[in-house]
Structures are given as structure tokens and as C-alpha cells.
Design a protein around this ligand. Structure first.
Ligand SMILES: NCc1cccc(Nc2n[nH]c3ncnc(Nc4cccc(O)c4)c23)c1
Length: 220
């Protein structure tokens, strides 16, 4: 997170850090007791832990990238992770509700994004969760040829990226608007903090049927 600030402990009990050999790779968030939602571009073979100090390490039983996700673009950039066991929910570990109504968040709505991603351009990694408030940018502005040039589909959304922005390691984290997860951070052009490359998120509402289907099948 560039230009953000340390999150208060326990205020985001749904946040997860996907780790590989103890190193943070991507963000994620608890959407059900045994399921974390993240981004398909995050590596495979992830171990999985929840935030300090009520952090617990959960092994990943299954990783299900969205079938439409691929390395060439940001389409369908979602990853479902089934934990080896159900997370014990408490004041510090909670599920985050996801948006199920497929309707765009109004431009200029101020939403929040959090992550353990880099906090400066030299790639400094924080050991605390950082967060940021960002206004939603209309798809028309985000698709301008001097911005993301018509690559933002109706299953994506954008926030303003002038100085304050998501960055490396924030992928997979939730964009939370009015207490509900509306989007999942995707790296897109990987640029951070440049207003010409707004932050891009995979909208969640268009994918709730896929999410429900995987969870129902996995629970079997
Ligand atoms: N703001 C969009 C966004 C969301 C999530 C991740 C990302 N960036 C990145 N995702 N993966 C990456 N691998 C290497 N470098 C990266 N960006 C980078 C790193 C240092 C300085 C800088 O200006 C940009 C990224 C960018």
C-alpha cells in the first residue's frame, strides 16, 4: 500500500496473508469458515496465515483459480483457497460479506483497501497491515485511452491511484465499500502510485455463482 497508514489491530479480522516459506506473497480474505478469496495471479503452493497477533497458520487443502484466469491479462483474476480445516471465528477472525448484487459501485464512493504489500517505490515490505481509503473511479474515466485504454471490462472496477495506491503484494486483498467486499485487488499494469494507471479490481458480484458452486462442491 503506497501512501496509506498502519491499520488498527483487529479492525480487519477477515484479512489473510498468503505466504510461501514464511514470506508474504499476496493478500486474501475469509469469505467462509474454510475458504479464502484471493487473486489467481498469486503463486500456487501457498501456505496461508491470518494476521498478527491472532495469526494462525492454516495449510491450504485446495487452490481453485477461476477457469477463465490466465497469465496474459487480468480477466477472471480470482483464486479460491480451501483451508485444511475451518478457521475458528472469534473477535479477531471473521468472515467478510461479499457483494451479491451485480451493480456498479457509484463513482467517487470512498472505499477501503488493506494489505501487506510494499509501502514505497523501493519495495519496502511492512510487517504490519496497512490500509488506505480510495474513491471509486468511473469505468469510462478508467478506460480512457490515456489510462487503461478500454481494457476494463464490466467485471472490473477502478480506484484513483494518484500517489495513494495498491502495490506489489496487495494483490488478492479486498476493496471494501460500506463494509462489503466489492472487489479483489489485481496487479494490472503493476504500476503503483501513478494517476495514469488507476488501481484495478476484479468485481466480486459477477462471480458469486462460481464462488458458491466451488464452496458447495468442496464442502461435499
Ligand atoms: N497499483 C496497482 C497494483 C496492484 C497490485 C500490485 C501491483 N504491482 C505489482 N504486482 N506485482 C509486481 N511485481 C513487481 N513490481 C510491482 N510493482 C512495483 C514495484 C516497485 C515499484 C513500483 O513502482 C511498482 C508489482 C500494482
Amino acid at each position: 500500500i503506497l501512501g496509506g497508514y498502519e491499520a488498527k489491530p483487529h479492525l480487519r479480522p477477515y484479512m489473510a496473508s498468503l505466504q510461501l516459506d514464511g514470506q508474504h506473497i499476496c493478500g486474501g480474505f475469509l469469505i467462509a469458515k474454510q475458504w479464502v478469496l484471493s487473486a489467481a495471479h498469486c503463486t500456487e503452493e501457498t501456505l496461508h496465515s491470518l494476521p498478527e497477533p491472532h495469526k494462525r497458520l492454516y495449510r491450504v487443502r485446495a487452490q481453485i483459480p477461476h477457469p477463465g484466469s490466465n497469465i496474459h491479462n487480468n480477466k477472471d483474476d480470482l483464486l479460491l483457497l480451501q483451508l485444511e480445516e475451518e478457521a475458528e471465528l472469534n473477535a479477531h477472525v471473521q468472515v467478510l460479506p461479499v457483494q451479491r448484487e451485480d451493480r456498479d459501485v457509484a463513482p467517487d464512493t470512498v472505499c477501503e483497501v488493506a494489505g501487506w504489500g510494499t509501502i514505497n517505490h523501493s519495495g519496502r515490505r511492512p510487517d504490519k497491515l496497512y490500509q488506505l481509503e480510495r474513491p471509486v473511479l468511473s469505468r469510462d474515466v478508467c478506460n480512457h485511452r490515456t489510462r487503461h485504454d478500454h481494457t476494463i471490462t464490466e467485471k472490473m472496477m477502478c480506484t484513483d491511484s494518484r500517489r495513494k495506491d495498491t502495490c506489489k503484494g496487495d494483490s488478492g486483498g479486498p476493496l471494501v465499500c460500506n463494509g462489503v467486499a466489492e472487489g479483489v485487488v489485481t496487479a494490472g499494469s503493476r504500476v503503483c502510485g501513478n494517476y495514469k494507471k488507476p488501481a484495478i479490481y476484479t468485481r466480486i458480484a459477477p462471480y458469486t455463482a462460481w464462488i458458491d458452486g466451488v464452496i458447495a462442491a468442496g464442502a461435499a
